[in-house]
Design a protein around this ligand. Structure first.
Ligand SMILES: [Zn+2]
Length: 138
């Protein structure tokens, strides 16, 4: 009897502005939009600045360093591809630039996560075009 094929994890399907975000990630660069009018960083990608309303912006590379702003620990896989990963942490990282990103944490058991834990980005390639940003303690 043959084993059932492994169920692949879902991966992002980039479109429009988030396609550019993932193009940077594929080059292992964590970049966010930055308003050219008021210099405010933002994430998720969007066409207008929430602070000043300007549509003039550019991509700028983040330091990739931040702190754990919040987290939750997943004990039940809601998608079968993640069944072998539980328990795992889903973290909100606040980067030095002030933007927050939802990600995963590597190299630390979920029970050892603390508020404001200093972290740094790393990338994991999940397809030819897609590399996902994760974080590890620094
Ligand atoms: Zn602005």
């Amino acid at each position: 009897m043959s084993e059932r094929p492994a169920i692949p994890k879902p991966i992002p399907k980039p479109d429009e502005l988030n396609a550019e975000f993932y193009e940077h990630c594929a080059k292992e660069k964590l970049c966010f939009q930055r308003c050219n009018a008021c210099r405010t960083w933002r994430h998720l990608p969007r066409s207008m600045c929430a602070k000043c309303g300007s549509t003039d912006w550019e991509w700028e590379e983040s330091s990739g360093r931040g702190r754990i702003f919040s987290w939750t620990v997943t004990h039940q896989a809601l998608h079968p591809a993640f069944a072998g990963d539980v328990p795992f942490a889903v973290v909100v990282v606040e980067l030095e630039e002030g933007v927050r990103i939802v990600s995963g944490l590597r190299n630390l058991p979920p029970g050892e996560i603390t508020l404001d834990l200093p972290v740094e980005v790393e990338f994991e390639r999940v397809s030819e075009q897609i590399a996902l940003p994760y974080f590890h303690p620094r």
